[in-house]
Design a protein around this ligand. Structure first.
Ligand code: PLP
Length: 427
Protein backbone atom coordinates (compact mmCIF):
# COMPACT_ATOMS: atom_id res chain seq x y z
CA UNK A 1 0.00 0.00 0.00
CA UNK A 2 1.43 3.42 -0.85
CA UNK A 3 1.86 6.04 1.89
CA UNK A 4 -0.72 8.20 0.18
CA UNK A 5 -3.34 5.46 0.33
CA UNK A 6 -2.47 4.76 3.96
CA UNK A 7 -2.96 8.41 4.79
CA UNK A 8 -6.22 8.55 2.83
CA UNK A 9 -7.62 5.54 4.70
CA UNK A 10 -6.52 6.97 8.02
CA UNK A 11 -8.28 10.29 7.55
CA UNK A 12 -11.31 9.39 5.43
CA UNK A 13 -13.88 6.56 5.60
CA UNK A 14 -12.78 4.02 3.01
CA UNK A 15 -10.03 6.42 1.91
CA UNK A 16 -12.36 8.20 -0.52
CA UNK A 17 -14.71 11.17 -0.61
CA UNK A 18 -17.33 9.41 -2.78
CA UNK A 19 -17.88 5.64 -2.48
CA UNK A 20 -17.49 4.32 -6.06
CA UNK A 21 -13.95 5.74 -6.23
CA UNK A 22 -12.83 3.13 -3.70
CA UNK A 23 -12.84 0.37 -6.40
CA UNK A 24 -13.91 -2.02 -3.62
CA UNK A 25 -16.04 -4.27 -5.83
CA UNK A 26 -13.15 -4.55 -8.28
CA UNK A 27 -10.87 -5.71 -5.45
CA UNK A 28 -8.29 -3.08 -6.33
CA UNK A 29 -7.02 0.01 -4.55
CA UNK A 30 -8.39 3.41 -5.50
CA UNK A 31 -6.34 5.48 -7.94
CA UNK A 32 -5.07 8.91 -6.92
CA UNK A 33 -4.72 11.24 -9.87
CA UNK A 34 -2.40 14.19 -10.24
CA UNK A 35 -3.59 15.49 -13.60
CA UNK A 36 -5.48 14.88 -16.80
CA UNK A 37 -4.80 15.87 -20.39
CA UNK A 38 -7.30 15.40 -23.21
CA UNK A 39 -8.51 11.78 -23.09
CA UNK A 40 -5.88 10.77 -20.51
CA UNK A 41 -5.51 10.83 -16.73
CA UNK A 42 -2.26 10.30 -14.78
CA UNK A 43 -1.99 8.73 -11.32
CA UNK A 44 0.41 9.76 -8.55
CA UNK A 45 2.81 7.01 -9.51
CA UNK A 46 3.08 8.39 -13.03
CA UNK A 47 0.93 5.84 -14.88
CA UNK A 48 -1.11 7.12 -17.81
CA UNK A 49 -4.62 5.84 -18.51
CA UNK A 50 -7.10 6.41 -21.31
CA UNK A 51 -10.01 7.82 -19.34
CA UNK A 52 -13.57 6.51 -19.83
CA UNK A 53 -14.71 7.80 -16.44
CA UNK A 54 -14.52 11.49 -17.43
CA UNK A 55 -15.27 12.61 -13.90
CA UNK A 56 -18.36 10.30 -13.94
CA UNK A 57 -19.84 12.51 -16.62
CA UNK A 58 -18.87 16.19 -16.41
CA UNK A 59 -15.74 16.06 -18.58
CA UNK A 60 -16.86 16.18 -22.22
CA UNK A 61 -14.19 18.34 -23.94
CA UNK A 62 -11.34 16.27 -22.52
CA UNK A 63 -9.22 17.20 -19.52
CA UNK A 64 -7.53 20.60 -19.36
CA UNK A 65 -9.10 21.81 -22.61
CA UNK A 66 -7.06 24.93 -23.57
CA UNK A 67 -10.06 27.22 -24.12
CA UNK A 68 -11.60 26.15 -20.83
CA UNK A 69 -8.34 26.56 -18.92
CA UNK A 70 -8.02 30.04 -20.38
CA UNK A 71 -11.43 31.33 -19.29
CA UNK A 72 -11.00 29.75 -15.86
CA UNK A 73 -7.57 31.29 -15.29
CA UNK A 74 -8.92 34.68 -16.33
CA UNK A 75 -11.93 34.34 -14.00
CA UNK A 76 -9.72 33.21 -11.10
CA UNK A 77 -7.94 36.52 -11.35
CA UNK A 78 -11.22 38.44 -11.17
CA UNK A 79 -12.66 36.75 -8.08
CA UNK A 80 -14.34 33.51 -7.09
CA UNK A 81 -17.60 34.39 -5.37
CA UNK A 82 -19.38 37.68 -4.69
CA UNK A 83 -22.56 37.04 -2.75
CA UNK A 84 -24.24 39.03 -5.48
CA UNK A 85 -25.21 37.95 -9.00
CA UNK A 86 -22.41 37.18 -11.42
CA UNK A 87 -23.00 38.87 -14.77
CA UNK A 88 -22.64 35.51 -16.51
CA UNK A 89 -25.62 33.96 -14.68
CA UNK A 90 -28.33 35.20 -17.08
CA UNK A 91 -26.13 34.13 -20.01
CA UNK A 92 -25.78 30.50 -18.98
CA UNK A 93 -29.44 30.46 -17.90
CA UNK A 94 -30.53 31.58 -21.38
CA UNK A 95 -28.26 29.08 -23.13
CA UNK A 96 -29.75 26.23 -21.10
CA UNK A 97 -33.39 27.31 -21.46
CA UNK A 98 -32.92 27.87 -25.21
CA UNK A 99 -31.67 24.29 -25.59
CA UNK A 100 -34.56 22.72 -23.68
CA UNK A 101 -38.08 23.03 -25.15
CA UNK A 102 -40.70 23.87 -22.52
CA UNK A 103 -38.15 25.07 -19.99
CA UNK A 104 -38.82 28.80 -19.47
CA UNK A 105 -36.77 29.36 -16.34
CA UNK A 106 -33.88 27.74 -14.54
CA UNK A 107 -32.35 27.89 -11.07
CA UNK A 108 -28.65 27.09 -10.80
CA UNK A 109 -27.16 25.40 -7.75
CA UNK A 110 -24.16 23.24 -6.87
CA UNK A 111 -24.89 19.55 -7.29
CA UNK A 112 -27.24 17.12 -8.93
CA UNK A 113 -28.30 15.89 -5.50
CA UNK A 114 -29.40 19.37 -4.50
CA UNK A 115 -31.19 19.90 -7.80
CA UNK A 116 -33.18 16.62 -7.62
CA UNK A 117 -34.16 17.44 -4.05
CA UNK A 118 -35.37 20.88 -5.14
CA UNK A 119 -37.32 19.45 -8.09
CA UNK A 120 -39.24 17.12 -5.80
CA UNK A 121 -39.92 19.90 -3.30
CA UNK A 122 -41.31 22.02 -6.14
CA UNK A 123 -43.50 19.16 -7.37
CA UNK A 124 -44.87 18.62 -3.86
CA UNK A 125 -45.60 22.31 -3.44
CA UNK A 126 -47.28 22.53 -6.84
CA UNK A 127 -49.52 19.49 -6.30
CA UNK A 128 -50.03 19.52 -2.54
CA UNK A 129 -49.23 15.79 -2.62
CA UNK A 130 -46.35 13.91 -1.03
CA UNK A 131 -45.61 10.62 -2.77
CA UNK A 132 -42.95 10.28 -5.46
CA UNK A 133 -42.52 7.43 -7.95
CA UNK A 134 -38.93 6.46 -8.67
CA UNK A 135 -37.47 3.49 -10.50
CA UNK A 136 -35.34 0.63 -9.21
CA UNK A 137 -31.67 1.26 -9.88
CA UNK A 138 -32.13 4.95 -10.64
CA UNK A 139 -29.81 7.34 -8.85
CA UNK A 140 -31.01 10.85 -8.10
CA UNK A 141 -28.36 11.83 -5.59
CA UNK A 142 -28.26 10.95 -1.92
CA UNK A 143 -31.32 12.83 -0.64
CA UNK A 144 -33.21 10.58 1.82
CA UNK A 145 -36.25 9.75 -0.28
CA UNK A 146 -34.10 8.75 -3.27
CA UNK A 147 -32.00 6.16 -1.49
CA UNK A 148 -34.72 3.52 -1.74
CA UNK A 149 -33.26 0.95 -4.17
CA UNK A 150 -30.91 3.59 -5.54
CA UNK A 151 -28.38 2.91 -8.28
CA UNK A 152 -24.68 3.68 -8.64
CA UNK A 153 -22.58 3.00 -5.51
CA UNK A 154 -25.75 2.81 -3.40
CA UNK A 155 -26.52 -0.58 -4.99
CA UNK A 156 -23.75 -2.08 -2.90
CA UNK A 157 -25.05 -1.06 0.51
CA UNK A 158 -28.19 -0.96 2.61
CA UNK A 159 -28.62 2.53 1.29
CA UNK A 160 -31.55 3.52 3.50
CA UNK A 161 -29.55 3.26 6.71
CA UNK A 162 -30.12 6.57 8.52
CA UNK A 163 -33.21 7.38 6.45
CA UNK A 164 -36.56 7.80 8.26
CA UNK A 165 -39.45 5.37 7.64
CA UNK A 166 -41.47 8.41 6.55
CA UNK A 167 -39.08 9.18 3.71
CA UNK A 168 -39.16 5.51 2.63
CA UNK A 169 -42.98 5.44 2.71
CA UNK A 170 -43.23 8.49 0.48
CA UNK A 171 -41.18 6.78 -2.22
CA UNK A 172 -43.06 4.40 -4.52
CA UNK A 173 -40.59 2.09 -6.20
CA UNK A 174 -41.24 0.57 -9.63
CA UNK A 175 -39.24 -1.31 -12.28
CA UNK A 176 -37.82 0.81 -15.12
CA UNK A 177 -39.29 0.35 -18.60
CA UNK A 178 -42.63 -1.04 -17.35
CA UNK A 179 -45.52 1.33 -18.15
CA UNK A 180 -48.18 -1.01 -16.78
CA UNK A 181 -46.60 -0.83 -13.33
CA UNK A 182 -46.81 2.97 -13.46
CA UNK A 183 -50.39 2.93 -14.73
CA UNK A 184 -51.52 0.61 -11.91
CA UNK A 185 -49.67 2.53 -9.21
CA UNK A 186 -51.13 5.87 -10.31
CA UNK A 187 -54.63 4.37 -10.15
CA UNK A 188 -54.01 2.75 -6.78
CA UNK A 189 -52.57 5.94 -5.28
CA UNK A 190 -54.85 8.38 -7.13
CA UNK A 191 -54.52 11.92 -5.83
CA UNK A 192 -51.45 11.29 -3.68
CA UNK A 193 -48.58 11.13 -6.19
CA UNK A 194 -46.76 14.44 -6.64
CA UNK A 195 -44.13 13.39 -9.16
CA UNK A 196 -42.51 10.73 -11.24
CA UNK A 197 -38.76 11.20 -11.32
CA UNK A 198 -36.62 9.23 -13.73
CA UNK A 199 -33.41 9.15 -15.67
CA UNK A 200 -34.85 9.18 -19.22
CA UNK A 201 -31.85 7.06 -20.16
CA UNK A 202 -30.77 5.10 -17.11
CA UNK A 203 -27.08 5.48 -16.39
CA UNK A 204 -26.62 4.40 -12.79
CA UNK A 205 -27.43 0.68 -13.17
CA UNK A 206 -25.28 0.43 -16.25
CA UNK A 207 -26.70 2.21 -19.31
CA UNK A 208 -30.27 1.28 -20.24
CA UNK A 209 -32.24 3.00 -23.01
CA UNK A 210 -35.97 3.63 -22.57
CA UNK A 211 -38.16 1.23 -24.55
CA UNK A 212 -40.10 2.55 -27.53
CA UNK A 213 -42.83 5.02 -26.44
CA UNK A 214 -41.93 4.58 -22.76
CA UNK A 215 -41.23 8.27 -22.16
CA UNK A 216 -44.21 9.55 -24.16
CA UNK A 217 -46.51 7.13 -22.31
CA UNK A 218 -45.22 8.43 -18.97
CA UNK A 219 -45.93 11.95 -20.25
CA UNK A 220 -49.58 11.00 -21.01
CA UNK A 221 -50.01 9.24 -17.66
CA UNK A 222 -48.67 12.25 -15.77
CA UNK A 223 -51.05 14.57 -17.64
CA UNK A 224 -54.01 12.30 -16.92
CA UNK A 225 -53.22 12.11 -13.19
CA UNK A 226 -52.00 15.65 -12.53
CA UNK A 227 -48.51 14.36 -11.71
CA UNK A 228 -45.32 16.38 -12.27
CA UNK A 229 -42.96 14.58 -14.66
CA UNK A 230 -39.32 15.13 -13.72
CA UNK A 231 -36.51 14.12 -16.06
CA UNK A 232 -33.31 13.76 -14.11
CA UNK A 233 -30.85 14.63 -16.85
CA UNK A 234 -27.91 15.24 -14.53
CA UNK A 235 -26.01 12.57 -16.44
CA UNK A 236 -27.69 12.68 -19.86
CA UNK A 237 -28.11 16.47 -20.17
CA UNK A 238 -25.83 17.80 -22.94
CA UNK A 239 -24.11 14.41 -22.95
CA UNK A 240 -26.32 12.32 -25.25
CA UNK A 241 -27.43 15.34 -27.33
CA UNK A 242 -27.38 19.14 -27.14
CA UNK A 243 -30.11 19.58 -24.51
CA UNK A 244 -30.35 15.96 -23.51
CA UNK A 245 -32.45 12.80 -23.70
CA UNK A 246 -35.75 14.72 -23.63
CA UNK A 247 -34.67 16.58 -26.76
CA UNK A 248 -33.41 13.37 -28.39
CA UNK A 249 -36.71 11.53 -27.80
CA UNK A 250 -38.94 14.58 -28.31
CA UNK A 251 -40.65 14.33 -24.92
CA UNK A 252 -41.02 17.43 -22.74
CA UNK A 253 -41.11 16.90 -18.97
CA UNK A 254 -42.48 19.42 -16.46
CA UNK A 255 -39.11 19.79 -14.76
CA UNK A 256 -35.63 19.00 -16.06
CA UNK A 257 -32.80 18.45 -13.61
CA UNK A 258 -29.29 19.13 -14.87
CA UNK A 259 -25.73 18.91 -13.55
CA UNK A 260 -22.39 17.43 -14.58
CA UNK A 261 -21.67 18.56 -18.20
CA UNK A 262 -23.30 21.99 -17.82
CA UNK A 263 -20.61 22.99 -15.30
CA UNK A 264 -17.80 22.01 -17.65
CA UNK A 265 -16.03 20.18 -14.80
CA UNK A 266 -16.89 22.53 -11.96
CA UNK A 267 -19.60 21.80 -9.37
CA UNK A 268 -23.12 22.56 -10.62
CA UNK A 269 -26.74 21.49 -10.56
CA UNK A 270 -29.89 23.05 -11.99
CA UNK A 271 -33.66 22.75 -12.09
CA UNK A 272 -35.52 24.03 -15.14
CA UNK A 273 -39.24 24.14 -15.84
CA UNK A 274 -42.24 26.09 -17.00
CA UNK A 275 -42.62 29.63 -15.68
CA UNK A 276 -45.65 28.56 -13.60
CA UNK A 277 -43.73 25.91 -11.72
CA UNK A 278 -40.46 27.79 -11.41
CA UNK A 279 -42.11 30.95 -10.07
CA UNK A 280 -43.02 28.89 -6.98
CA UNK A 281 -39.35 29.13 -5.95
CA UNK A 282 -38.24 31.81 -3.48
CA UNK A 283 -38.05 34.77 -3.74
CA UNK A 284 -40.92 34.72 -6.29
CA UNK A 285 -42.78 32.01 -4.40
CA UNK A 286 -42.81 30.12 -1.11
CA UNK A 287 -40.61 27.10 -1.94
CA UNK A 288 -37.28 27.81 -0.32
CA UNK A 289 -33.97 27.05 -1.99
CA UNK A 290 -30.67 28.90 -1.68
CA UNK A 291 -26.90 28.49 -1.86
CA UNK A 292 -23.70 30.39 -1.02
CA UNK A 293 -21.97 29.00 -4.12
CA UNK A 294 -25.01 28.91 -6.42
CA UNK A 295 -24.24 30.26 -9.91
CA UNK A 296 -20.66 30.98 -8.84
CA UNK A 297 -18.39 32.65 -11.42
CA UNK A 298 -16.11 29.66 -12.03
CA UNK A 299 -18.91 27.15 -12.70
CA UNK A 300 -20.68 29.71 -14.89
CA UNK A 301 -17.75 30.49 -17.16
CA UNK A 302 -16.78 26.82 -17.45
CA UNK A 303 -20.38 25.96 -18.32
CA UNK A 304 -20.72 28.72 -20.91
CA UNK A 305 -17.43 27.84 -22.60
CA UNK A 306 -18.33 24.13 -22.67
CA UNK A 307 -21.77 24.73 -24.19
CA UNK A 308 -20.24 27.01 -26.82
CA UNK A 309 -18.00 24.17 -27.98
CA UNK A 310 -20.82 21.65 -27.90
CA UNK A 311 -23.15 23.85 -29.98
CA UNK A 312 -20.60 25.21 -32.46
CA UNK A 313 -19.14 21.96 -33.68
CA UNK A 314 -20.32 18.59 -34.87
CA UNK A 315 -19.56 17.46 -31.35
CA UNK A 316 -22.44 15.05 -30.86
CA UNK A 317 -22.00 13.42 -34.23
CA UNK A 318 -18.37 12.78 -33.36
CA UNK A 319 -19.28 11.54 -29.89
CA UNK A 320 -22.03 9.25 -31.17
CA UNK A 321 -19.87 7.74 -33.90
CA UNK A 322 -17.04 7.19 -31.50
CA UNK A 323 -19.09 5.73 -28.64
CA UNK A 324 -20.88 3.46 -31.13
CA UNK A 325 -17.58 2.22 -32.61
CA UNK A 326 -16.27 1.58 -29.12
CA UNK A 327 -19.29 -0.33 -27.81
CA UNK A 328 -19.62 -2.33 -31.05
CA UNK A 329 -15.89 -3.03 -31.01
CA UNK A 330 -16.05 -4.32 -27.45
CA UNK A 331 -19.04 -6.56 -28.22
CA UNK A 332 -17.22 -8.02 -31.24
CA UNK A 333 -13.98 -8.49 -29.38
CA UNK A 334 -15.81 -10.34 -26.58
CA UNK A 335 -17.74 -12.47 -29.06
CA UNK A 336 -14.47 -13.71 -30.58
CA UNK A 337 -13.69 -15.26 -27.20
CA UNK A 338 -17.18 -16.68 -26.76
CA UNK A 339 -18.11 -14.03 -24.18
CA UNK A 340 -21.65 -12.61 -24.29
CA UNK A 341 -21.61 -8.85 -24.12
CA UNK A 342 -24.41 -6.32 -24.71
CA UNK A 343 -23.45 -2.82 -25.76
CA UNK A 344 -25.43 0.42 -26.07
CA UNK A 345 -24.33 3.97 -26.78
CA UNK A 346 -25.65 7.45 -27.49
CA UNK A 347 -23.66 10.66 -27.79
CA UNK A 348 -20.83 10.67 -25.27
CA UNK A 349 -22.24 7.83 -23.17
CA UNK A 350 -22.02 4.06 -23.51
CA UNK A 351 -22.53 0.92 -21.51
CA UNK A 352 -21.83 -2.79 -21.62
CA UNK A 353 -23.43 -5.71 -19.80
CA UNK A 354 -21.95 -9.19 -19.57
CA UNK A 355 -25.21 -10.83 -20.61
CA UNK A 356 -26.56 -12.91 -23.50
CA UNK A 357 -29.77 -10.87 -23.70
CA UNK A 358 -30.43 -7.11 -23.77
CA UNK A 359 -30.93 -5.54 -20.33
CA UNK A 360 -34.09 -3.46 -19.72
CA UNK A 361 -34.22 -3.02 -15.95
CA UNK A 362 -32.38 -3.44 -12.67
CA UNK A 363 -33.38 -7.09 -12.18
CA UNK A 364 -31.78 -7.98 -15.50
CA UNK A 365 -28.74 -5.78 -14.76
CA UNK A 366 -28.20 -7.67 -11.51
CA UNK A 367 -28.30 -11.00 -13.36
CA UNK A 368 -25.29 -10.06 -15.48
CA UNK A 369 -21.92 -11.65 -14.76
CA UNK A 370 -20.14 -9.66 -12.01
CA UNK A 371 -16.98 -11.78 -12.17
CA UNK A 372 -16.53 -11.14 -15.89
CA UNK A 373 -16.89 -7.41 -15.31
CA UNK A 374 -14.30 -7.49 -12.54
CA UNK A 375 -11.78 -9.35 -14.72
CA UNK A 376 -12.47 -6.94 -17.55
CA UNK A 377 -11.94 -3.91 -15.30
CA UNK A 378 -8.77 -5.32 -13.74
CA UNK A 379 -7.27 -6.33 -17.08
CA UNK A 380 -8.03 -3.05 -18.79
CA UNK A 381 -6.69 -0.97 -15.90
CA UNK A 382 -3.49 -3.02 -16.02
CA UNK A 383 -3.31 -2.19 -19.74
CA UNK A 384 -3.67 1.55 -19.10
CA UNK A 385 -7.41 2.07 -19.56
CA UNK A 386 -9.87 3.09 -16.85
CA UNK A 387 -13.64 2.55 -16.85
CA UNK A 388 -15.91 3.26 -13.91
CA UNK A 389 -15.06 0.50 -11.40
CA UNK A 390 -18.55 -1.02 -11.31
CA UNK A 391 -20.91 -2.89 -13.65
CA UNK A 392 -23.60 -0.39 -12.59
CA UNK A 393 -22.08 2.74 -14.11
CA UNK A 394 -22.15 4.11 -17.64
CA UNK A 395 -18.88 4.80 -19.48
CA UNK A 396 -18.11 8.23 -20.92
CA UNK A 397 -16.06 9.69 -23.72
CA UNK A 398 -15.14 13.24 -24.64
CA UNK A 399 -14.55 15.08 -27.89
CA UNK A 400 -10.80 14.40 -27.55
CA UNK A 401 -11.08 10.63 -27.65
CA UNK A 402 -9.93 9.75 -31.16
CA UNK A 403 -8.94 6.94 -33.54
CA UNK A 404 -5.76 6.30 -31.58
CA UNK A 405 -7.45 5.89 -28.20
CA UNK A 406 -10.10 3.70 -29.86
CA UNK A 407 -7.54 1.42 -31.50
CA UNK A 408 -5.45 1.16 -28.35
CA UNK A 409 -8.55 0.34 -26.28
CA UNK A 410 -9.87 -2.33 -28.64
CA UNK A 411 -6.44 -3.98 -29.01
CA UNK A 412 -6.17 -4.14 -25.21
CA UNK A 413 -9.73 -5.50 -25.00
CA UNK A 414 -8.80 -8.36 -27.38
CA UNK A 415 -6.08 -9.44 -24.95
CA UNK A 416 -8.20 -8.93 -21.85
CA UNK A 417 -11.21 -10.86 -23.16
CA UNK A 418 -8.88 -13.67 -24.18
CA UNK A 419 -7.50 -13.92 -20.67
CA UNK A 420 -11.06 -13.63 -19.24
CA UNK A 421 -12.03 -16.66 -21.33
CA UNK A 422 -8.98 -18.56 -20.10
CA UNK A 423 -9.70 -17.73 -16.47
CA UNK A 424 -13.29 -18.85 -16.96
CA UNK A 425 -12.11 -22.20 -18.36
CA UNK A 426 -9.62 -22.69 -15.53
CA UNK A 427 -12.43 -22.38 -12.96
C1 PLP B 1 -24.59 12.17 -10.71
C2 PLP B 1 -26.06 12.11 -10.67
C3 PLP B 1 -26.80 12.77 -9.67
C4 PLP B 1 -26.14 13.45 -8.50
O1 PLP B 1 -25.38 14.53 -8.88
P1 PLP B 1 -24.23 15.07 -7.87
O2 PLP B 1 -23.71 16.28 -8.55
O3 PLP B 1 -23.24 13.94 -7.76
O4 PLP B 1 -24.89 15.34 -6.57
C5 PLP B 1 -28.17 12.78 -9.78
N1 PLP B 1 -28.80 12.16 -10.78
C6 PLP B 1 -28.14 11.51 -11.75
C7 PLP B 1 -28.87 10.87 -12.86
C8 PLP B 1 -26.75 11.44 -11.72
O5 PLP B 1 -26.10 10.75 -12.66
Amino acid sequence: MTDLLKQARHYTPGGVHSPVRACQQMELDPLFFTHGQGPYVFDHEGHRYIDYVCGFGPVILGHAHPALSKVLSAQAQRGLVYGGCDANAPILSKMLCDALPGMDQIRLMNSGTEACMTAVRLARAATGRSKVIKFEGAYHGHYDAFLVAAGSGALNTVATSGVTPGAVQDTLLLPFNDVEAVRKTLEQHAGTVAAIILEPIAGNMGMILPMRDYLSTLRHLCDAHGVVLIFDEVMTGFRVAYGGAGVHYGVIPDLTVLGKVIGGGLPIGAVAGSRDLMELLAPSGAVYQAGTFSANPMSLCAGIETLKHLSDTKAYQHLSEHSHALSEGLVLSAAQQGIDLQGVSLGGMLGVFFSSTPVQDLTAAQQTDPLAFKWFYQGMRQAGIVWPPSPYEAFFIGTQHDEDTLKFTLAAADQVFQSCAQQREAQ
